[in-house]
Design a protein around this ligand. Structure first.
Ligand code: URP
Ligand code: ZN
Ligand code: ZN
Length: 459
């Protein structure tokens, strides 16, 4: 059925216009004033509202066997939470570990999403070892439409690769035109510092940050950048958390290295004092890289406003209270991660745009358009244009609410942003022309989401 969104303020990167958007067969076919619609078209009045392109979360974990447990969401719960928060596409990290076969892992991750997600999705393929079959397997995975890789420089002996494996992955990625995303921390230093702190009897969550200090992340970021520089590969640093690591990335950029930067929601809004709270309250805020000293937040906001931080993701990774307590006797056993998929857009809009830290243009770019461009989804996703998929967010800037585990759709018993105010939320969210969300409620079609096939673009 046709859909008309009337009289909203359409916001895309570089443009703000009051107009109607008309959708037929999942695609935007007309944009203009006072458009005609057939009598059977569904009409949405967007007067007084902003109309954004569907938001894209470039870094989520849905299915994740990790740290002796599994992240809590399924694609059913995660996608509904995403949509309620305005995210219409997410890119999941496909994360088989070093002992798994990469291709079998890829099929497993795909099977978990197939027919289950209510929004569209894609994968970054993690390369967690480089053995004789890796090149042919990665070629098959890229040919299947997964045109981005992920490497972990942390998580020694599990997801982590050594420098030789990083070299081989980046070298292949360059030949294939694939962008490589990277978790940048020095695995050896983390392992040694963890052992040292535990030997000193420092076992609580407050020691997680000192076990992976800013210099450890800056070293990983700088090393990744140096490898990119020497191989000519395009790279993307995930969840960059601090000033020192940002300097390492920007220093490389100034040398001409093709490096892009993502920071994730928690690092803009929370600081390390959250992980220093006693007991399980601290454990709820353990993630890697860790929450940092507060002064880093202003650096990240400025970097985001200037565009030196390209995107804002979530690293959505929900572990519940019981799972967090796996680390009650040792911070190294606290499952790393925090949910965020439902709250990213509203919190970024509130604390970025409404608080004057971010203009609307950069907000749309960082939360949607730039990820679409970097990861081969543009202009199908990430903008509002004739021919683009009709993933639209009709956003109500007059809404007022509070983030809480009590009202969330993420499958978890806490929310790391509990009590934070939001000033705006999606009133209507569409996925390829179908209304999936109205006023905070999922009213759409489960399993509507499709895996997005992407071509390599980084030659
Ligand atoms: O703490 C985090 N970030 N957990 C998820 C795994 C990862 O490093 O992305
Ligand atoms: Zn990571
Ligand atoms: Zn992650």
């Amino acid at each position: 059925m046709a859909l008309m969104i009337r009289n909203g303020e359409i916001v895309t990167v570089g443009s703000r216009v009051q107009a109607d958007v008309y959708v037929e067969n999942e695609t935007i076919t007309r944009i203009g004033r006072n458009l005609e619609a057939p009598p059977n078209a569904e009409i949405i009045d967007a007067t007084g509202k902003l109309v954004f392109p569907g938001f894209i979360d470039p870094h989520v974990h849905i299915y994740l066997p990790f740290m002796a447990t599994f992240a809590k969401d399924t694609h059913e719960t995660g996608s509904i939470a995403a949509l309620i928060g305005g995210t219409t596409t997410y890119i999941e990290m496909c994360c088989p570990n070093r002992n798994d076969d990469a291709l079998e892992g890829y099929q497993l991750w795909k099977s978990k999403a197939d027919g289950k997600s209510a929004c569209d999705y894609a994968f970054h393929m993690s390369v967690t070892k480089f053995v004789k079959e890796t090149e042919s397997q990665l070629r098959q995975i890229v040919a299947d439409g997964t045109a981005s890789f992920k490497i972990f420089l942390a998580y020694k002996n599990f997801f982590g690769v050594d420098d030789g494996e990083m070299y081989q992955t980046l070298e292949l990625a360059k030949r294939l035109g694939v962008i490589v995303t990277a978790h940048c921390e020095n695995a050896e230093l983390v392992a040694r510092l963890q052992q040292k702190l535990l030997a000193e009897g420092k076992i609580g969550p407050e020691w997680h940050e000192p076990s992976r200090p800013e210099s450890v992340e800056a070293e990983g970021t700088g090393r990744f950048a140096t490898f990119l520089e020497n191989l000519g590969t395009t790279g993307y640093v995930v969840h960059l958390s601090c000033e020192k690591a940002l300097h390492a990335a920007l220093d490389a950029k100034s040398r001409g290295v093709k490096i892009f930067v993502e920071s994730v929601l928690p690092h803009f809004l929370l600081d390390k004092s959250y992980a220093e709270r006693p007991g399980v309250e601290g454990m709820k805020h353990v993630m890697s890289p860790p929450l940092r000293a507060k002064h880093n937040q202003a650096v990240l906001w400025n970097g985001l406003a200037l565009g030196s931080i390209d995107t804002v993701g979530t690293d959505h990774c929900p572990f519940d209270t019981e799972q967090k307590l796996l680390g009650k006797d040792s911070f190294v056993s606290i499952p790393n991660g925090i949910p965020g998929i439902e709250d990213r857009v509203n919190l970024l809009y509130t604390h970025g745009v409404k608080r004057g830290r971010l203009d609307l243009d950069r907000f749309v770019d960082a939360a949607s358009t730039r990820a679409a461009k970097l990861f081969g989804l543009f202009p199908r996703k990430g903008t509002i244009a004739v021919g683009s998929d009709a993933d639209l967010v009709v956003y109500d800037p007059s809404f007022r609410g509070v983030v809480s585990a009590k009202s969330q759709h993420v499958n978890n018993d806490y929310n790391g942003f509990e009590g934070m105010e939001i000033e705006g939320r999606p009133s209507v969210v569409t996925v390829r022309g179908k209304v999936q969300v109205r006023d905070g409620k999922f009213i759409g079609e489960r399993g509507r989401g499709k895996m997005l096939k992407r071509e390599p673009t980084h030659f």
